[in-house]
Write a protein that binds this ligand. Structure first.
Ligand code: AHR
Length: 527
């Protein structure tokens, strides 16, 4: 079909949750030790599986650190540029053998432990109080996952008392002694375990076992602090695990977590090239997952007569080619323009599914499969940073509205096949739209369009239903475009801006040409 985009500003889906711009920090590779704290030979868990990067033993100068000892540059990008609202910590797979009490108290007395999820050793120089201190400086809401692998319920209850207790009790007092302040950490979001379904997980369980255990934990946790929001451990959304866990746990949680990554490696592992189609169209799988998961949530709510909405915490998502970002290199992956298009499609999915997705955490926030890579003294923004930046800046605060798009489709191979079989072939054009109302009441329409076609540009008539003055009297549009002639182009040391956004104002005629393999965000005034 010929491409045409219809937008219905008077038909809202839901306000975009600000928490879809959240992040994730795991004790893995150079995420914490290197990205949050400067890496030092004594605190980075180098092993032969996780070797030391060449320049890594250069000390990060003091002036690049906050008074608390955190890297300023990373903190400033996350706070001031991406405005990350919430961060999940400490894992990930890491949490399933994490002993939180190893990470509190005087640094020199903290125990080094074997790290079971990724190999190497954990120095515990960054623990609960450091995480909360970092969140305070970064103006970020903490989200902590409890250890449901080797951990006990009693340990989890103590952790919550340590963070949120206000009484004259042992762990609340211990926190006061350790931090020198009376006020609690006030951690509102708590996750009940990580990927407990996975065979790689320390303490894997069946869905039935997990749900029974999580019910008990949820009950007890709420006795310690009834005000917290609990996130149940889902799988990828549409699976039997999700179904069984939701069915048995829905009345005990506020959110159901799901995880999915796209950016699959070549199917033939002897090849080095990733397949364009599988990378760029991959996020369609996430939309399918969310749609099915929403059905499972509502099915479970119905059977238990739960009127409270239960939302999805997509608390790990992103572009990850496991043949490139491996445990040996601390999951560090240099991203291409194609990966950035996938990232833009990921964010489109969350905006379109605004009625059910409350939290989305990009995995991860620094160094590890991340939009940011650091050296001891510097930082660069990867290609995938730019969609995050534009969505955070322009789609946040908006109300997602209904759209109808007719688009040519892609006939090459995408993943997973079964999704194409059910949903039909993926569309080349992928779009979401929000209406944003400023404090003064001025409305604007923000359209995020990914042209996923590798070679074809598309001229698209944009029809905005029941609005007379799109683009205002001056008939202008603000254009933010991410494009490069080479879909494999990437940023790196010495080429920090090879792929970056160009912004301009252009005349608006009601039609826009979206370049091949590009991401474009258009801002149009409505009144
Ligand atoms: O983000 C990397 C890993 O991916 C996380 O530790 C785990 O939860 C997921 O499988």
């Amino acid at each position: 079909p010929k491409p045409v985009l219809d937008i219905f500003p008077s038909s809202p889906i839901a306000p975009v949750s600000p928490l879809i711009f959240s992040g994730f920090l795991e004790h893995l590779g150079r995420c914490i030790y290197g990205g949050i704290l400067p890496a030092s030979p004594s605190s980075f868990p180098y092993t032969s599986r996780n070797p030391c990067p060449k320049d890594h033993f250069v000390e990060t100068p003091k002036e690049l650190l906050t008074p608390e000892g955190f890297r300023k540059d990373v903190l400033e990008v996350l706070r001031d540029e991406l405005a990350v609202p919430l961060i999940r910590w400490p894992g990930g797979n890491y949490v399933s053998s994490y002993r939180w009490e190893d990470g509190i108290g005087p640094l020199e007395r903290r125990k080094r432990r074997p790290e079971l999820a990724w190999g190497g050793e954990e120095s515990n120089q960054f623990g609960t109080d450091e995480f909360i201190a970092w969140c305070r400086v970064a103006e970020i809401e903490p989200y902590i996952v409890v250890n449901m692998g080797t951990g006990t319920l009693e340990e989890a209850l103590h952790w919550i008392e340590y963070c949120n207790g206000t009484g004259d009790t042992y762990y609340a007092d211990l926190r006061r002694r350790n931090t020198g302040r009376d006020e609690p950490h006030n951690v509102k979001y708590w996750g009940l375990g990580n990927e407990v379904w996975g065979e790689w997980q320390v303490g894997q369980q069946t869905a039935v076992e997990y749900a029974a255990k999580a019910r008990q934990w949820a009950h007890a946790i709420r006795l310690v602090d009834p005000s917290i929001k609990l996130v149940g451990c889902g799988e990828s959304g549409p699976t039997d695990w999700d179904d069984v866990v939701l069915d048995r746990l829905v009345d005990k949680v506020d959110l159901h977590s799901i995880h999915l990554y796209t950016g699959f490696g070549p199917r033939d592992r002897s090849q080095t090239d990733r397949e364009y189609g599988r990378t760029v169209y991959g996020p369609d799988a996430a939309e399918y997952s969310i749609e099915i998961c929403k059905g499972l949530i509502n099915k479970a709510r119905l059977s238990k007569a739960i009127s409270k909405p239960i939302k999805i915490a997509f608390d790990e998502y992103g572009v990850w080619d496991e043949t490139v970002g491996t445990p040996q290199n601390g999951l560090e992956q240099f991203y291409t323009l194609a990966d950035a298009l996938a990232m833009a499609s990921w964010l489109n999915v969350f905006v379109r599914q605004a009625d059910v997705v409350e939290i989305a955490c990009v995995a991860q926030s620094v160094n590890v499969i991340s939009p940011l890579i650091v050296s001891p003294t510097n930082l660069f923004r990867q290609t995938i940073y730019w969609p995050l930046y534009l969505f955070s800046r322009y789609m946040r605060g908006g109300v997602s509205v209904r759209i109808a798009l007719s688009s040519p489709t892609y006939s090459g191979e995408t993943l997973p096949q079964w999704i194409s079989a059910i949903r039909g072939p993926p569309a080349d054009l992928d779009v979401s739209a929000v209406v944003y109302t400023s404090e003064s009441g001025a409305r604007s329409l923000r359209i995020a369009m990914v042209n996923r076609s590798e070679h074809r540009s598309y001229q698209v008539p944009v029809r905005v239903a029941f609005e007379d003055s799109v683009g205002s009297e001056t008939r202008q549009v603000q254009v933010h475009e991410l494009w490069h002639q080479d879909i494999k182009a990437h940023n790196g040391w010495g080429r920090e801006r090879e792929v970056s956004v160009k912004t301009r104002t252009a005349p608006w005629s009601g039609t826009w040409t979206f370049r091949e393999h590009s991401f474009t965000l258009l801002v149009l005034t409505l009144d």
